[in-house]
Every structure is written in structure tokens, then in C-alpha cells.
Design a protein around this ligand. Structure first.
Ligand SMILES: NC(=O)C1=CN([C@@H]2O[C@H](COP(=O)(O)OP(=O)(O)OC[C@H]3O[C@@H](n4cnc5c(N)ncnc54)[C@H](OP(=O)(O)O)[C@@H]3O)[C@@H](O)[C@H]2O)C=CC1
Ligand SMILES: [Mg+2]
Length: 339
């Protein structure tokens, strides 16, 4: 609380600001933890932790539900000791956020420790993130996405790309600093567009060979350097399905941890009148088709990924409800059914 008050003072809130919302004070608390190594070190000793092993998150199964547990600092100290690690290892953690009561939340990768022993001590399993995503609801998935992306970035930025010298992370993990010339590096995300193309009555979904069997999604692609989001939508649709869009409208965004760390920027797009013939780019896609509102409404009603048994009995399925692709499909279908 002292740190919080000190920080609020430092940020010089306007005198008219008598009431500060919980959200504002939490964001300022997090700002302090990111900037101030000592404050963050202190928060580590009372924080809670999402655990990973080689970038696979720890999951626990109770009855038929999968959860991602937060482990308390005292529990983690006990487990680290049993795994032969020093308490100092906690400083390998990265800061994710904080609860309504200012309890700091971190992620830590136990990859240098024996996996089976860690699983047994933690009474859980480290699950590949793509698989974990299919088993979880949105809130957990968003935090895992952030955590894995941040851990991966630190894991792949050990050396300064200018001097070749080792880099050190600050305590929160909001940056890395070159030990030789002090250059600062910040975690990066790649902008990716995702767009649901419509011809007015139907919309276009596609699948890549690497997608799970039967899954179709909206068109997506990385933005090129120098491009605007609108230009990236225009180009990707042309590249992937040979169509030209006449307009696109921003819908929402989502962080996505694959293949590294992407900011998915979602839009609805319209093809130019008369442009309906798909010419598939077979380097990128396995199939692309136009879908009607009714068949999409049916796909939206299937709330979970089909089991292996069901796979052959349904025509296609779409990404889980918390993905931005699902959100685009839902918005479009609802709008069509209202017409
Ligand atoms: N959240 C959601 O609802 C959805 C998310 N997505 C995500 O969108 C992302 C992009 O879609 P995708 O169709 O694959 O993209 P693209 O159509 O841009 O094709 C991917 C290819 O582009 C190349 N590429 C160019 N820039 C980059 C970069 N910065 N990082 C990695 N590869 C790059 C790679 O080629 P090479 O491999 O030859 O190097 C890669 O295979 C994927 O990560 C996918 O998971 C997709 C659909 C739904
Ligand atoms: Mg693509």
C-alpha cells in the first residue's frame, strides 16, 4: 500500500481527481512494478505464479474441467527447494498483471528442472499451449497467451543483436538491457490482420493444412513493413484467394501467441461487386469456401471442438468462442439473421 500511495503521489494526479477507480490505481501500481526493480522484487515474495515447462503451461484437471492454477510464492519456494533450486530462481519470472487487491501475478518457466518431478510436486501436467487452448475458456487463454509470449521473448533474446553481449532482464521482464552498451530492448508483437470477407450474402472461410481436421477460419496474414492495416487486408485477400475487397471495417483485436507473438487486428471486409470466384493460393491454403448464415449459425451452436468420433459426422467446425475468428463469424451471422 505504501508503494501504491508513493506511486500515486509521484504520478501527480490532478487535484480534481478525488476518486481513483480500482482500475486506474491497479494500472499505476503495475507501472511502478515495471519501472522499479526493488518494488517488483518485493512483489515477487507475495505474488502468485502461472507455471510453465519449456513454454508448456501447467494444467490441473478436476472432474471434467481443466484449470490453470496460480501457485503462491510460499508454495513455489517449497517446490523450488524440492527441485534443488535456489529461491533466487523466482527472479526469472515475468510480471503479468495484478488482482483487484493488488496481488502481483507472474509467470515462471521451470524448463531447467526435471519435468516429471515438477508435475508430481505440482499435481498437474504441462500441456502444449495449442492443446491447452482447445481445453480452456477465454479468460485463462488470454493470460496464458500473454505469459507464454513474454517467456518466449526473454528466452530468445539472451544476447544483444548489436554487440553480441549477454542481456539482463529487469525484474518485471518489461525489458532487457545490453550488458555492454546499455541498449534497451522491449518485448515485440507482430501485427497480423484477420478478416471475414463477405459478398453480401455469404462469407468466406478457409483452412490451412496445419489446422486441426475439419476446422475453417477467417483469412489471416502478417502485415508487411510499411503497410497500413487496410493495405494488408487488401493484399492478403488477393494473395490467398484471388479476390479484391472494396472496403474493410475494424472490428476488434486480440493477442495471439503463435507462432511467436502477434497482435491480431480483426475486420469485416466486402469483396468488389461480382467478385466471387475463389482462386486458391495452394502454398498457403488447403481449401477456401463461401458459407451461408444458416450453416454458420449451426457451427456457432456447437460450443466446443468436436471429439475424434464426431469429427467425421459434422461438415466443418470453427475456432473456439474466445478466438477473434469466432467473434467475427458470430457478428456476421447475427447481422445476417437480423436482416
Ligand atoms: N486468433 C484467431 O482467431 C486466429 C489466429 N490466426 C493466426 O494468425 C497468424 C497468421 O496467419 P497466417 O495465415 O499463418 O499468416 P500468413 O498468411 O502471413 O502466412 C504465414 C507465413 O508468412 C510468413 N511470415 C511473414 N511474416 C512473418 C512473421 N512476422 N512471423 C511469422 N511468419 C511470417 C511465414 O512464412 P515461412 O513459414 O515460409 O517463413 C508464414 O508461414 C497465425 O499465427 C495464426 O495462428 C489465424 C486464424 C485465426
Ligand atoms: Mg494466411
Amino acid at each position: 500500500m505504501y508503494l501504491l500511495l508513493r506511486n500515486l503521489k509521484r504520478l501527480a494526479l490532478p487535484s480534481s481527481c478525488r476518486f481513483i477507480s480500482n482500475y486506474v490505481s491497479r494500472m499505476r501500481h503495475l507501472f511502478d512494478l515495471k519501472e522499479n526493480d526493488e518494488a517488483c522484487r518485493k512483489a515477487l515474495s507475495s505474488g502468485s505464479f502461472l507455471l510453465f515447462h519449456s513454454l508448456s503451461p501447467l494444467m490441473q484437471k478436476t472432474e471434467n474441467k481443466y484449470t490453470v492454477p496460480f501457485v503462491t510464492a510460499s508454495e513455489l519456494y517449497r517446490i523450488l527447494r524440492k527441485l534443488g533450486q535456489k529461491e533466487k530462481y523466482l527472479e526469472e519470472s515475468v510480471l503479468l498483471g495484478c488482482t483487484d487487491s493488488y496481488l502481483a501475478q507472474f509467470a515462471l518457466d521451470l524448463g531447467i528442472m526435471e519435468k516429471a518431478k515438477a508435475e508430481s510436486l505440482l499435481q498437474g501436467t504441462f500441456v502444449d499451449l495449442r492443446k491447452a487452448f482447445l481445453l480452456l475458456d477465454g479468460k485463462n487463454a488470454q493470460m496464458l497467451s500473454q505469459a507464454q509470449a513474454l517467456l518466449r521473448w526473454h528466452n530468445t533474446h539472451l544476447y544483444c543483436s548489436k554487440t553480441g553481449h549477454p542481456m539482463q532482464k529487469n525484474v518485471s521482464g518489461s525489458r532487457r538491457i545490453c550488458s555492454s552498451n546499455g541498449t534497451i530492448y522491449y518485448p515485440q508483437m507482430s501485427p497480423v490482420i484477420i478478416t471475414l470477407v463477405s459478398d453480401g450474402t455469404r462469407c468466406l472461410l478457409a483452412r490451412q493444412e496445419a489446422f486441426p481436421s475439419g476446422m475453417y477460419s477467417a483469412l489471416a496474414g502478417f502485415c508487411d513493413i510499411g503497410e497500413t492495416v487496410e493495405q494488408a487486408v487488401h493484399r492478403e485477400v488477393a494473395e490467398e484467394v484471388g479476390l479484391e475487397v472494396s472496403s474493410s471495417k475494424y472490428a476488434a483485436s486480440q493477442h495471439w501467441p503463435f507462432p511467436n507473438s502477434s497482435l491480431m487486428i480483426a475486420s469485416h471486409a466486402m469483396v468488389q461487386p461480382g467478385q466471387i470466384k475463389i482462386t486458391l493460393n495452394q502454398f498457403e491454403l488447403e481449401d477456401a469456401r463461401w458459407f451461408g448464415a444458416e450453416e454458420l449459425a449451426e457451427a456457432l451452436r456447437r460450443e466446443r471442438m468436436p471429439s475424434k468420433k464426431e469429427m467425421g459426422t459434422i461438415p466443418f467446425w470453427i475456432p473456439p468462442p474466445w478466438t477473434i475468428a469466432h467473434q467475427l463469424i458470430k457478428e456476421w451471422t447475427q447481422q445476417k439473421q437480423l436482416c
